[in-house]
Write a protein that binds this ligand. Sequence first.
Ligand code: UDP
Ligand code: MG
Length: 327
Amino acid sequence: MDSVNLYIVVPCYNEEAVLPETSSRMLELIKQMRSDGLVNEKSRIVFVDDGSKDRTWEIIDSLTREHTEIAGIKLACNAGHQNALFGGLMTVKDDCDCAISIDADLQDDINVIPEMVRKFIGGCDVVYGVRNKRDTDTFFKRTTAQGFYRLMQLMGVKMIYNHADYRLMSARAISALSQFPERNLFLRGMVPLTGFKSDCVYYDRSERFAGESKYPLKKMLSFAFDGITSFSVSPIRMISALGAIVCVIAVIMGIYTIYEKLAGNTDAGWASLMMSIWFIGGVQLLSLGLIGEYIGKIYKESKRRPRYIIEAYVNTPESGEMEDQYV
Ligand code: UDP
Ligand code: MG
């Protein structure tokens, strides 16, 4: 393959403190990769301003005038990290061979980018950046984040452990992603669903070198909650399971209540109350779970996700078309 047309997509929200440094480090890297023959002249760094309230856009704007390698996209208002990133990827998908998404604060090591590109050249459509260790994160962030990955796994969501949104995607993987019309984006759960050949590169996560995290606890929790509810119907199943358990308890309690009643150990009214509380409780939970199953179906249908994603055509009417694009 000739050298690659690479786009690096960087969402930025109030990042005036980090942009000058980030842009100069990325420029240096892209020039280096160009002279190594890894990426071509058309490769770009695309900063997506996610409706920042500070001077972020002015900085991006002036960078684009100084350097042809830098491009900018300005969102009209703050749409959130995932939406900004998605918007950036959708904008570049028809021009690039592959695109890498990375945060503006350079907590993720940009020196593994050449390795990602090499894996792309070697035939991977998705290359995940995976954090080796997280000792630069606070104890709180580390434990909550790792707990979250475990919980997602438990709920049956296919996700790469310790991978956030630092990844390379080929143009066709981004095209596949564009077929997911859902509004609640959780990209790190969606990308594995595209199913293309993938690999990982490992790096140590460093500290944010300037500015503050744009993900305060509240945003983090709502993001985690979004992740679970956008990808899993396990919580609904749990209600059904609980209902079944309560029904079993109701039967046991029923036997116990009748026994106590016959033994004459009960006050008037106790037996009927006990029977109805457990029985009705179980029936209600089971019914809720059953209704939940239907809601789960509606929710899956309403996402309108693609039923399948085609990787290659051979000897079909479409294969000529595909050859130009992908092979
Ligand atoms: N970000 C964004 N829109 C938002 C919040 C964050 O585009 O509403 C960007 C932010 O500029 C950064 C990335 O998302 O490039 C990750 O944010 P941050 O580094 O603050 O998150 P953390 O690393 O603390 O989880
Ligand atoms: Mg960060």
